[in-house]
Write a protein that binds this ligand. Structure first.
Ligand code: NAD
Length: 497
């Protein structure tokens, strides 16, 4: 049995106490046994971080950047093996796993510019003989708590900017697929990172609570479901930490009557069913505008959904693989039943799907609902599975109002040829990431990623310029030299007049 412990002070260490099984979702078999750590394991990680961080912060940023240049090269060299390891615990296809790794790698490329990104501001002559300047310094020790669905990308979104800024970083990955985060930590050491700067502590709520309560951890980044994001945000604030916490989503795609319906249908299939719908930027609601658009779109969608190819990650021809756990499979199937009870029209029913030769795997056949309404649970809840809901809207204003009124605000898209409609939509919508004829508008590394409403708690986003702000503190220095100082004490408030 493959036993996974923690990665502390530059090496893998064993765990003690509670454990959890890690599954291969393709077969339903146990792939590894994971240690579930707690406060004492975290303490070892913090001790190593405390010892290593000051020297790392004092290392000039160009040298820190070079570690990431080497790390990017190592990721490319190890791409196939990393992708297979990722797929084995997550279930997504190997090609999709490469995308997961590459989206993280791109943030590592972005932070290779850290000498420029961390530059401060300088005002010469802010007063008589006075210069004023602001510098960015690392927070010290940061922590990241990550979800199962992007076990390479999201850890890198967090640790790359944190470490490049001069912090030590403690990662608590998902207990469903911890092997790739452990490999990433090893590769960072191979790339030249001093030990103690990146550590992986495995565990569940107990480890998260220990992180939130630890007085030496100054900043916490979280990605996962909304109830846990809200809890982590509140607890981090209660303990005086800065926090950015990203939650769940229900992403709509509006299809206007003038849209190219073939393009829109293809976009919905890829964005709705790719990665078995287990993406926070997956499109889960299609909103055709007008009955004629809805009927024509359904005619195009139904055969495409029916012919989706499901398979284990080892099948290079599969469109998507199993979902992550048996519990996820049961939850998704339960919600599909609920949709039928509530009166939605299940136009494609994938519930009976069984993967031949992999009967114990966690597969869910593709489902397509029509005539879903905003009151239904399948509309309000994030299903996080291969299920697309179609909500028919009378007109543009009704279509716009649907994502506007939904509690989540991660991503949204509009498909149209009409520039006026697209511009109006992008301007009025209360959602963080907007696509115009782009179904999954995930910003690239040099922009920032984050939703609005209950998809995000905190005011700074992931990667891009926001990440540099999140992982540093600003210090402003006001300086003058003896030739600029007038003699005599000054008792009134200093002002510039
Ligand atoms: P999850 O909330 O179950 O777990 C996320 C992390 O929180 C894990 O590390 C887990 O160990 C920890 N955790 C779980 N329960 C906890 C508890 N009670 N107390 C403290 N910590 C706890 O999420 P998941 O199922 O791993 O991931 C899927 C969710 O993540 C979806 O809702 C998806 O939309 C969301 N997500 C959001 C984004 C985004 O950027 N907004 C990106 C990816 C995924």
């Amino acid at each position: 049995m493959n036993e996974i412990g923690h990665f502390i002070d530059g090496a893998r260490v064993g765990g003690s106490g509670r454990t959890a099984d890690v599954f291969n979702p393709a077969t339903g078999q146990i792939a590894a046994r994971l240690a579930l750590g707690g406060a004492s394991d975290l303490e070892r990680a913090v001790e190593a971080a405390r010892a290593a961080q000051p020297a790392w912060a004092a290392t000039n940023p160009q040298r820190r950047a070079r570690v990431f240049m080497t790390f990017v090269a190592l990721l490319n060299e190890n791409m196939q093996a990393l992708a297979e390891l990722l797929s084995c615990e997550h279930g997504k296809t190997v090609e999709d796993s490469k995308g997961d790794i590459i989206r993280g790698l791109e943030v590592c490329e972005f932070v290779c510019g850290i000498p420029h990104l961390m530059k401060g501001e300088f005002n010469e002559g802010a007063g008589p003989g006075i210069d004023m300047y602001s510098i960015r310094q690392p927070v010290g020790i940061g922590a990241g708590i990550t979800p199962f669905n992007f076990p390479a990308m999201i850890p890198m979104w967090m640790f790359a900017p944190a470490i490049a800024c001069g912090n030590a970083f403690i990662l608590k990955p998902s207990e469903r697929d911890p092997s790739v985060p452990m490999r990433l930590a090893e590769l960072m050491i191979e790339a030249g990172l001093p030990k103690g700067i990146l550590q992986v502590v495995n565990g569940d709520k107990e480890m998260v609570d220990a992180i939130l309560a630890h007085p030496e951890i100054g900043a916490v980044s979280f990605v996962g479901s909304t109830p846990i994001a809200a809890h982590v945000y509140a607890e981090a604030a209660r303990h005086g930490k800065r926090a950015q916490c990203f939650g769940g989503a229900k992403n709509h795609m509006i299809v206007m009557p003038d849209a190219d319906l073939d393009q829109a249908a293809d976009a919905l299939i890829g964005a709705g069913y790719g990665s078995a719908g287990e993406r926070c930027m997956a499109v889960s609601v299609a909103v055709p505008v007008g009955e004629a658009t809805a009927n024509a779109l359904m005619d195009k969608l139904i055969p495409k959904v029916e012919s989706l190819k499901i398979g284990p990650y080892t099948d290079a021809g599969a469109d998507y693989g199993p979902v992550v756990t048996k519990a996820a499979q049961e939850k998704i199937l339960g919600l599909i039943d609920r949709g039928i009870e509530e009166g939605a029209d299940l136009a494609v029913d994938g519930r009976a799907f069984r993967m031949q030769g992999y009967e114990d795997g966690f597969y869910v056949g593709a489902c397509l609902f029509d005539r879903v309404t905003p009151e239904m649970e399948i509309y309000r809840q994030e299903i996080f599975g291969p299920v697309l809901s179609v909500v028919r809207a009378r007109d543009y204003e009704e279509a716009l109002s649907l994502p506007m009124r939904h509690e989540y605000g991660n991503g949204v898209a509009i498909f149209t040829r009409d520039g006026d409609a697209a511009r109006d939509f992008a301007s009025r919508i209360n959602i963080g990431m907007v696509g115009v004829n782009v179904p999954i508008p995930t910003p690239l590394a040099y922009h920032s990623f984050g939703g609005w409403k209950r998809s995000s708690f905190g005011d700074l986003n992931q990667h891009g310029p926001d990440s540099i702000k999140f992982w540093t503190r600003t210090k402003t220095i006001t300086a003058r030299w003896p030739s600029g100082i007038k003699s005599g004490a000054e008792f009134s408030m200093p002002v510039m007049r």
